[in-house]
Design a protein around this ligand. Structure first.
Ligand code: ATP
Ligand code: MG
Length: 465
């Protein structure tokens, strides 16, 4: 915002619900003495009336301003920046655009008219904010009216695993992984949703899940459902929940998802696309083979809901959270915590790859290596590849295995060696590949003895260091 350009500037801030967009933008407006307007769902006339009232308050005018249409309102907003820069923030912009579909193009025209060469220049720093990800994405895409007008496109993401641990005040990394596997990195889930109730220690974790998450009196219990219900592009939530349940239960590939929910592959293309646009799932390419993407749920709470809560919803509504949790520990370890730890390890390798492996990573992803001689496949949880260089074999920087529950030993290392040899035979450059073991439950003595420049061991203390 401390941008002294002479003309009006436009920025777009988006992000899924409850990531702290309003929190940060309000703070920004306050610090900059700017104007902050939070739109609501309503008709155009009502929105204009609210804007007139808020703007009058901001200007200290005695009576609300009255706007006949958006052209007038936009002109008044841009007037705030005549002469000197002024921050103007419109939160929940998609509500306004829903009621007035021409608003983006009216805004574009207003911006163009108030450019520096037009005489009536405005130095407003306008920020549009919204959480309907699909709408915000469309605002700037393709031939949308505001395309090419925004100098800032900020997507506010949840906290990463390490920031989350700090935000929740968790010092035990084991507990931090478990909590992150349930609630992820959405700040509001610690504040309003559980009223700052964080597990006091690892021993308190089971009780915390029962009292803070699987408790019908706490909003967190229904949150995963609301996340889906809030997406305007989702018309048939049942199908979407089935798709998410398939992914949460370990079906990552297109065909497996379709088989799990009993539909033809072609029937799930649309729900997968919509879920991807909303930022609820993400498609990762396989590290070693193109065209074999796997889908992953981005929001841990949704995985937790689909794997643990949805199958026992009636019991949860009846207040039997403690019992449901006692019955679900095994499912939690295998469907939730284990896969979550793998993704934490990939995030860790992405963030710290350069210091761990001594070179920049191109991509970090899971990958499948086929082992024709043994008629099997080796799943590599954390594959780190160098950037693709035309004409050169792809460099494999690291092959890693992540284990949450079991102590790691030489057999895990053996699988990585086998994968490395198969990749070398398949044309990859494995001359300096580091084999990495990421452990939630530690390493046995033999594996510890094997550590060295070629074999890297990362335990939870290292991952959270
Ligand atoms: N950086 C932060 N530090 C501490 N608390 C935060 C932070 N960001 C958000 N919060 C907490 O999360 C709550 C929700 O944030 P906020 O309402 O700003 O989210 P939002 O992205 O605007 O969501 P929505 O799309 O639903 O409007 C805040 O009220 C605040 O308690
Ligand atoms: Mg908000």
């Amino acid at each position: 915002m401390a941008d002294d350009r002479p003309e009006v500037t436009l920025g777009v801030v988006s992000g899924r619900r409850r990531q702290g967009k309003t929190y940060l933008l309000r703070a920004l407006a306050q610090a900059a003495g700017g104007f902050f307007f939070e739109a609501v769902q309503g008709t155009e006339a009502e929105s204009l009336r609210m804007l007139g009232a808020d703007l009058a308050a901001h200007l200290g005018a005695p009576a609300p301003l009255s706007f006949g249409d958006w052209d007038e309102a936009l002109a008044a907003l841009l007037d705030l920046g005549s002469g000197q820069p002024h921050t103007v923030i419109i939160d929940e912009f998609p509500y306004l655009a829903d009621a007035s579909p021409s608003l983006p193009s009216l805004l574009r025209r207003a911006l163009d008219r108030r450019g520096p060469s037009q005489g009536a220049g405005s130095r407003v720093r306008l920020l549009l904010c919204g959480s309907a990800m699909s709408v915000m994405g469309r605002l700037l895409a393709g031939n949308a009216p505001l395309r090419g007008r925004a100098g800032l496109e900020l997507v506010l993401s949840p906290f990463g695993f390490a920031e989350s641990a700090r935000f929740w005040g968790l010092h035990d990394p084991h507990l931090a992984v478990l909590v992150h596997a349930v609630v992820g990195g959405t700040p509001a889930y610690r504040r309003q949703f559980v009223r700052d109730d964080a597990p006091a220690s690892l021993d308190d974790f089971d009780d915390w899940v029962a009292r803070a998450v699987l408790n019908p009196d706490r909003p967190l219990m229904r949150e995963a459902r609301y996340l889906l219900a809030e997406e305007s592009d989702i018309r048939d939530p049942a199908l979407y929940h089935s798709v998410l349940a398939a992914v949460a239960n370990g079906n990552a590939r297109w065909g497996a998802i379709a088989a799990y929910i009993g539909r033809k592959s072609s029937d799930i293309a649309h729900p997968l696309n919509v879920l991807e646009d909303c930022g609820l799932i993400i498609k990762d390419e396989d590290a070693f083979r193109s065209g074999r993407a796997r889908y992953r749920i981005t929001e841990p709470l949704i995985t937790f809901y689909e794997a643990i809560m949805r199958p026992r919803w009636a019991d949860l509504e009846a207040g039997l959270g403690g019992q449901v949790w006692a019955d679900s520990r095994q499912q939690f370890s295998s469907a939730v915590a284990g896969p979550h730890f793998e993704s934490v390890c990939r995030d860790f390798a992405r963030a710290r790859g350069r210091e761990m492996f001594g070179r920049a990573a191109g991509i970090v992803a899971a990958g499948t290596v086929s082992d024709p001689a043994r008629r099997s496949q080796i799943e590599v949880d954390v594959a780190v590849l160098g950037p693709a260089v035309p004409g050169e074999p792809r460099r494999v920087i690291s092959l890693g295995e992540a284990k949450w529950g079991d102590t790691m030993g030489l057999r895990h290392l053996g699988r990585l060696r086998r994968a490395r040899d198969l990749l070398a035979a398949g044309g990859f450059d494995t001359s300096e590949t580091v084999l990495a073991c990421y452990a939630g439950a530690g390493f046995d003595a033999e594996l510890r003895a094997a550590a060295g420049p070629e074999v890297l061991l990362a335990d939870l203390a290292a991952i959270y260091a």
